[in-house]
Structures are given as structure tokens and as C-alpha cells.
Ligand binder design. Structure first.
Ligand SMILES: Nc1ncnc2c1ncn2[C@@H]1O[C@H](COP(=O)(O)OP(=O)(O)O)[C@@H](O)[C@H]1O
Ligand SMILES: [Mg+2]
Length: 362
């Protein structure tokens, strides 16, 4: 069961369900977000992230459950009374308005005095470092600049909650990295409570205080980035938040784990039965035999290198070991040439990094 209860929750979803016609898309979702926290909704396409976000915003009606902000029940409130700022993947700027007018729009809708509208829009544009482009039209801006305008437009109204739906997915890789840092900094500076939807695990882990991993309209795990990465609650989470080796194995009545044709140790108590053993490729050390050091703390298996590829900063080895084929990743080292194919090696990894789940979960 996901533990969604936190003290001092600001945004709270309790038992929220969403149906489209006869189809149940979100089922009994419980989620608490603290004031000033940024929480990621992470999961594969179609798992219900956007639907959850739009239900918080009031763009979809929930079929059951309750949504509160600061203790106030907003479940039945229309969109414009919910006090949410939204940022979309597609930016959704008004093409015929210049940058300043795009940012001023929400304030004008709230019928604020003209002077205040101008001053606040100016401050918001300074915050995203676009004050010098206030007279440009959206089509005269790069994708990253357009997304910063969209952010300014959402933040300028000082909403109770900021909702972001895959805001970086249309940007190229380098800009995406820069925008991650910028969005996180803006969110922390303004102290705004935010929900960030993404299918990109690196984005979720690097930007957010906590991560909700979703699967088929349910929460599979809710935790800090470290928790979901280091102690995934299920094999599905382990696969989704990072690369893994998967070994077929079994646990006997005495609790002994066997995988890839040999006995191994794992963290915690193991229930007997067929299991999948998951190990992250970069947590496996590769050594020339005989490998020594910390033998009790580590699992070790002898093998031979079957393939090598360079992936930027990493060397990725394929290693045939026991009855399994492993992928092992090592940071490229300037002082050491990669081991050649055919080398006899010993793979070793920590007992803590040996994740065991009932077979066939994901
Ligand atoms: N307006 C809609 N009408 C019917 N089904 C929808 C609608 N919007 C989304 N769905 C379905 O709901 C499920 C979840 O969609 P969505 O929330 O967009 O997922 P995600 O954002 O995680 O990719 C999908 O199966 C999708 O096809
Ligand atoms: Mg979506």
C-alpha cells in the first residue's frame, strides 16, 4: 500500500476516482502534497497522469472522492474558482498576443488595476529572465523561451497550486536539462506547491521532492527519489525508475535464494517461491579474477565478456555469467582501457543492491 499520509498536507486527494463513460481510468487515488513541495506523477503513457492533473485542475469531474487545498473542499468547484496555474507540454500561448500580454492575461481576467497588472507581469518576466523580449510574439521565440513565458503566465497569478503536464517534452535534450534546473529553482524561490507530470524518470528523480509512480490509474509507490530508486516497492517500479538486469530465480523453504545458477544473498527476508532478481547495471562491479574484497557483503559470479559498447560517458559490457546474460555499466576511465571481449571476469555487487520480487510482476 502506498503511504500517502503526510503531516501538514496542502493539496489532498482522498479516494479520487475518474471514469470516462463506462471506463474507470483513475481508481481510489490517495495523495497528499505538502505546502511548497513539488511532487512528480511518473508513469508510462496512458497510466492516468494527465487525467489526475486535469481532475485536480477541475477540467475533469471526479466520479468519487474528495480534493482539498489548505483544508478547503474544492471537489465541486469550477475551474476558475480553484486557483490553479497550469503549464502544458504544448505551451498553449496566445499566438496573436505578445509576451507581455500573454503574461498579463490572467491578471486582466481577474480585473486587477492596470498598474498592478503591468508591475506583476514585469516581475514575472524578470523571474524567467525574459523581460527584454516582452514585445515579441510567441512564434519569434525558441521552444525554451516559449515554455518560460508559459511558466511566467502560470506563476503571475500566484496560484495556490502549480500544475505542470510534461512541460519539457517538446524541448531538445540540452535545453531540457537547463529548464529542469530553472523550473526547480523558480518553484523553490516562489515556495509554490507543484505537481509535475512526466514519463521521464530522470526528470522526476532530479527535480521533485517526492515521486508518485503510477500504473494503470493507481499509485504503485510514493516516496522520495532515493526511496523509489534504491528500494522500489515492486518490480514495475524498479524497471520504470532505472535500468535493471533481471535474473530468474527461486527461494527455497529455508530462505535461500538461487539465481543465474548459484546461491545469492539479498536484503531482507525472502518468501519462498519463484522470484525475479533485479540488479542495476551500474551497481555491478567488474573485476579480473580472483576478485577479493568484502566477500560476505557482496554477491559474486564468474563470467566472460560477450560484448562491449561505448555509450558516451559509460562503457556497457555484456557478460555471460552462470546461466544469465548481464549488462554491466562502468564510467569511462581515462587511465584504463576497456576489457576486451572474451575476458574472464568476476561480477560483484552489494547484497543491498540485490532486489527480489515475486516472479512475473513486471
Ligand atoms: N477524454 C477522454 N475520454 C476517454 N478516455 C480518455 C480520455 N482522456 C484519457 N483517456 C484514457 O484514460 C487513460 C489515461 O490517460 P492519460 O491520463 O492521458 O494518461 P497519461 O497522461 O498517463 O499518458 C488512457 O487509457 C486514455 O486513453
Ligand atoms: Mg499525459
Amino acid at each position: 500500500m502506498p503511504d500517502s499520509s503526510v503531516t501538514n498536507a496542502h493539496l489532498q486527494l482522498q479516494g479520487v476516482g475518474v471514469n470516462f463513460g463506462a471506463v474507470n481510468v483513475i481508481a481510489g487515488l490517495d495523495l497528499s502534497v505538502r505546502k511548497g513541495e513539488m511532487v512528480a506523477l511518473l508513469g508510462p503513457s496512458g497510466c492516468g497522469k494527465t487525467t489526475t492533473l486535469r481532475t485536480i485542475a477541475g477540467l475533469h469531474r471526479s466520479s468519487c472522492g474528495r480534493i482539498t487545498v489548505g483544508g478547503r473542499d474544492i471537489t465541486q468547484l469550477p475551474i476558475h474558482e480553484r486557483d490553479m496555474g497550469m503549464v502544458f507540454q504544448s505551451y498553449a500561448l496566445f499566438p496573436h498576443m505578445d509576451v507581455a500580454r500573454n503574461v498579463q492575461f490572467g491578471l486582466k481576467m481577474r480585473k486587477l488595476p492596470a498598474r498592478e497588472v503591468q508591475a506583476r507581469a514585469q516581475r514575472a518576466l524578470e523571474m524567467v529572465q525574459l523581460a527584454h523580449l516582452a514585445q515579441r510574439k510567441p512564434r519569434e521565440l525558441s521552444g525554451g523561451q516559449q515554455q518560460r513565458v508559459a511558466l511566467a503566465r502560470a506563476l503571475v497569478i500566484e496560484p495556490a497550486i502549480l500544475l505542470l503536464d510534461e512541460p519539457l517534452s517538446n524541448l531538445d535534450a540540452k535545453l531540457r536539462d537547463e529548464m529542469r534546473v530553472q523550473i526547480r529553482a523558480l518553484q523553490q524561490q516562489s515556495g509554490i506547491t507543484a505537481v509535475f507530470v512526466t514519463h521521464d524518470q530522470a526528470e522526476a528523480l532530479s527535480m521533485c521532492d517526492r515521486v508518485v509512480v503510477m500504473r494503470s490509474g493507481r499509485i504503485e509507490q510514493l516516496g522520495t527519489p532515493t526511496e523509489v530508486y534504491e528500494r522500489p516497492a515492486t518490480a514495475f517500479v524498479a524497471h520504470f525508475v532505472g535500468r535493471t538486469n533481471k535474473l530468474k530465480g527461486s527461494v527455497d523453504a529455508g530462505g535461500t535464494l538461487t539465481a543465474a545458477g548459484q546461491a545469492m544473498k539479498a536484503h531482507g527476508r525472502l518468501a519462498p517461491g519463484a522470484v525475479d532478481v533485479l540488479i542495476r547495471p551500474h551497481r555491478i562491479g567488474i573485476a579480473l579474477p580472483p576478485a577479493q574484497a568484502g566477500a560476505q557483503e557482496r554477491n559474486r559470479i564468474a563470467g566472460a565478456i560477450s560484448s562491449i559498447s561505448f555509450v558516451g560517458d559509460l562503457v556497457q559490457y555484456g557478460v555471460r555469467a552462470g546461466s544469465a546474460e548481464f549488462v554491466v555499466e562502468e564510467a569511462t576511465q581515462r587511465h584504463r582501457a576497456a576489457l576486451p571481449v572474451g575476458s574472464h571476469v568476476v561480477l560483484h555487487w552489494s547484497v543491498q543492491d540485490t532486489l527480489v520480487y515475486p516472479a512475473g510482476d513486471a
